[in-house]
Design a protein around this ligand. Structure first.
Ligand code: SAM
Ligand code: DTB
Ligand code: SF4
Length: 356
């Protein structure tokens, strides 16, 4: 008898994807003892991914500040005094310069964000030109521009847009406490336009906005019962920015954040669960727990859109200490690709043995 067996031969078969999670079932997952919840999430994670691999993405704010919406968390809303200066849409050449730098650093995906409620039709050709040219560099493209009509979604897809980020942000029940200038249904409509145009969806939310556990369960239940699980699920921990209405909100218990990641992993087993905004304020130990709970994607680079992200040196050291590797483009058995943005400078230090 061989001393060691191939572990994959012993692993249980993955359960089929579910789109019918009930709120009570999701709350029951949240209520599990912490170690049991982590164990279950880690088991699901291993059925679909190599748990040592983390997708590394990057962001560029192509149009910063001056947004007419009133999202209570957002430093880019014009009505709050946060010190973010409104800027015009960047030129295609300036965006391309950043994209070239990202590519030279080993990036394979480039995400462009704009502080818009929705793009004006006259903005679409400008953004489409950016997408086309970034794509021509050989990069995957991603954008987050606010609400889209079906025609706009089609135009972006035709320009070569691969992914669209559009978050539902919070539980439908709590939405009206956070945003008053649009409705949850508007977000769901845009997501439908994005899917119908044939693009991949990146859709998640923010926790730590004063919502209850039941409402965190509602956020994840809503994501997991969309017509298709989002390809990427960013879980943002509120970055409290002075001047926004949510500045001063009681901080979420870090273990509750880890629970949120774990439940997202269990509900949406094949999605990339992104440990998104808020990492700068997290300890390395908290991030490690999130990776153990099934998070397998991060933003890399010292800035998100307007707020900070961990220094690249800190992330390189964290990858090395935890033995994590940046995810390369991978296609699973059903042809779902989980392409990641891979930065050369994070690869090399991660490969070095950790200093004692
Ligand atoms: N304006 C577009 C929109 O709202 O879809 C795109 C940009 S918007 C800044 C993208 C996402 O950033 C929001 O949906 C929200 O989830 C996240 N976000 C914004 N401010 C944040 C904050 N202070 N903390 C955590 N996440 C934040
Ligand atoms: C997402 O869910 N988080 C990213 C990305 N999608 C666009 C944005 C986080 C923004 C954090 C606040 C800021 O930097 O302005
Ligand atoms: Fe505008 Fe987006 Fe910020 Fe809301 S989250 S204020 S829509 S930039």
């Amino acid at each position: 008898m061989p001393a060691l067996q191939d572990a994959s031969a012993l692993a249980p078969l993955p359960a089929p994807l579910r789109h019918d999670w009930g709120r009570g079932e999701v709350e029951a997952l949240f209520d599990l003892p912490f170690t049991e919840l982590l164990y279950r999430a880690a088991a699901v994670h291993r059925q679909h991914f190599d748990p040592a691999e983390v997708q590394v993405s990057t962001l560029l704010s192509v149009k910063t500040g001056g947004c007419p919406e009133d999202c209570a968390y957002c430093p880019q809303a014009q009505r709050y005094h946060t010190g973010v200066e409104a800027q015009k849409l960047m030129s295609t050449e300036a965006v391309l310069e950043k994209a070239r730098q990202a590519k030279a650093a080993g990036a394979s995906r480039f995400c462009m964000g704009a502080a818009w409620r929705s793009p004006k039709d006259r903005d679409i050709p400008k953004v489409a030109a950016m997408i086309r040219e970034v794509k021509a560099l050989g990069l995957e493209t991603c954008a987050t521009l606010g609400m889209l009509s079906q025609t706009q979604a089609g135009a972006l897809k035709a320009a070569g847009l691969d992914y669209y980020n559009h978050n539902i942000d919070t539980d439908p029940e709590y939405y009206g406490s956070i945003i008053h200038t649009r409705e949850m249904q508007d977000r769901l409509d845009t997501l439908a336009h994005v899917r119908d145009a044939g693009m991949k969806t990146c859709c998640g939310g923010i926790v730590g906005m004063g919502e209850s556990r039941r409402q965190r369960a509602g956020l994840l239940q809503t994501l997991a019962t969309l017509p298709a699980h989002p390809d990427s699920v960013p879980i943002n921990r509120l970055v409290q920015v002075e001047g926004t209405p949510l500045h001063g909100t009681t901080e979420l218990d870090p273990f509750e954040f880890v629970r949120t990641i774990a439940v997202a992993r269990i509900l949406m087993p094949r999605s990339m669960v992104r440990l998104s905004a808020g990492r700068e304020a997290m300890s390395d130990e908290l991030q490690a727990l999130c990776f153990a709970a099934g998070a397998n994607s991060i933003f890399y680079g010292e800035k998100l859109l307007t707020t900070g992200n961990p220094d690249t040196e800190r992330d390189q050291a964290l990858f090395a200490r935890l033995g994590l590797r940046p995810m390369q483009v991978a296609v699973d058995a059903d042809g779902h690709d989980h392409a990641g943005t891979v930065h050369a400078e994070i690869v090399e230090p991660a490969a070095r043995p950790c200093a004692a």
